[in-house]
Design a protein around this ligand. Structure first.
Ligand code: RM4
Ligand code: MN
Ligand code: MN
Length: 426
């Protein structure tokens, strides 16, 4: 453990006064407007987002990868990194493993480590988009959708193995993201590929423990450039429905064509009780996997508005598996994740400030201007003191990024691990 409560308290010292002033001012104003500030702060403290095990090292593009010093070189070290994030932010109390990048060698030891750091194992992710060493079949032309039965069987078995691994760690969900599709017109028969995928998913679903969920993720393109089998939420929902009640759609922010109305997608899925998980990131052009909130923070806020509405009004929808799904090409991964966690909490806090009763009444009067004023009034509020308060109440840092830097954590990691380590992942 390279970070403890004392470290965090020390790094908070110079910030208490300013925090208290800002918090008191905001809390007073919000209370005057009828908000239950303590309740908002406690909701923020409860909101936990899983860190993907593959996002703790530097990412890359097909043009190359620039390493980052002191990267975790095994699962234990990755859990340590999530521990650092969680100690500072008190928002990262879960990790999502990608198999086979992160198969535990000693389950008990990994569980003990995660427990000690108050980290639970969220959804496990299967990987049938890369060939594995010694595998008898190749996924070059698809996995669960492949025209070859042998390939499909190998991919199904991999997903069953992932469930088994997750089960030993206490995970309760399997996320399936398929790269399957085609690069050229005519390469695939769309209907055969879709039907094969449905049949394969049903076989995996049969192996799902009773208290598990299957999350079916969609994405319009990449790595295939002409067609993707599970291209959008409609395809995902059809497949989930074809499997059964424990199968849900998973929405990844980056997996939409430009200008898609993502907030409307999450809203309707919740109405139907079929939104199972959400992957956070941000993008300008495609699946850019940028820091959450770095490009379109207002869109994120609008999505949170729908998520909050769904969490409050749609008991038919289960609790969601929240995860950051980003990749870090130029930033320190831990700093990037801290910024993402902050952006998520900020959007959530702003959404909690929306006066839903007033909005409903403005909507029923068709008062379009008022509707916009209500949303933007919440959006324009600087909610950061509420986030600080939620972190302080749970032992976190007033400013996680400043504490990360003042505690010189990256250099400590480099000292411990060496410079030229490489994390598994993309
Ligand atoms: C995909 C998708 C999946 C993630 C992989 C690494 O684009 O977002 O969720 O597991 O990337
Ligand atoms: Mn994703
Ligand atoms: Mn993605």
């Amino acid at each position: 453990m390279i970070i403890n409560n004392q470290h965090i308290e020390d790094s908070n010292k110079s910030k208490h006064e300013e925090h208290s002033e800002n918090f008191d001012f905001l809390a007073n104003r919000l209370a005057k407007n009828g908000h239950d500030v303590a309740n908002i702060v406690s909701k923020l403290a409860d909101f936990q987002v899983a860190i993907p095990s593959w996002a703790l090292g530097a990412g890359g593009t097909r043009f190359g990868r620039f390493g980052f010093y002191g990267e975790p070189s095994n699962l234990e070290q990755k859990i340590d990194d999530v521990g650092i994030l969680h100690s500072l932010t008190q928002t990262a109390g879960a990790v999502s493993l990608h198999i086979p990048w992160d198969i535990p060698s000693d389950y008990e030891a990994i569980k003990e480590k995660a427990d000690a750091l108050h980290i639970r194992f969220d959804a496990v992710n299967s990987n049938t988009f890369q060939d594995q060493k010694d595998a008898s079949e190749t996924y070059k032309y698809g996995s669960l959708s492949n025209v070859s039965k042998a390939v499909r069987e190998q991919a199904i078995q991999h997903n069953l193995d992932v469930i088994n691994i997750g089960n030993k760690l206490g995970s309760k969900a399997l996320t399936v993201w398929l790269a399957d599709g085609s690069c050229f017109p005519g390469q695939n028969n769309f209907q055969t590929a879709f039907q094969n995928t449905q049949d394969s998913l049903i076989d995996i679903y049969k192996g799902l423990p009773d208290d598990w969920k299957m999350l079916v993720e969609y994405k319009p393109y990449e790595p295939n450039f002409y067609s993707t089998v599970i291209q959008d939420w409609g395809a995902s929902l059809m497949l989930a429905n074809g499997c059964g009640d424990k199968a849900y759609t998973l929405v990844d922010l980056g997996h939409h064509l430009p200008n898609s109305n993502i907030e409307q997608i999450v809203s309707i899925l919740q109405l139907k009780g079929k939104l199972g998980g959400f992957h956070f990131n941000d993008s300008k052009y495609g699946d850019d996997d940028l820091t959450v909130g770095s490009i379109k923070p207002y869109a994120l806020f609008l999505i949170f508005n729908e998520l909050v509405y769904g969490m409050e009004n749609n008991p038919q929808n289960p609790d969601l598996a929240w995860m950051i799904d980003a990749s870090h090409n130029v930033k320190d991964p831990l700093e990037d994740l801290i910024q993402s966690l902050e952006a998520i909490q900020e959007a959530y806090a702003k959404a909690l400030l929306i006066d839903q009763t007033a909005l409903k009444s403005a909507q029923s009067n068709n008062d379009v201007v008022k509707c916009q004023e209500i949303l933007q009034g919440a959006y324009r509020t600087d909610v950061r003191p509420l986030l600080e308060k939620a972190r302080l109440n749970t032992g976190g840092a007033i400013s996680p990024i400043d504490s990360y830097r003042s505690l010189d954590l990256r250099n400590q990691l480099i000292k411990e691990r060496g410079k030229h380590t490489v994390a598994t992942g993309l």
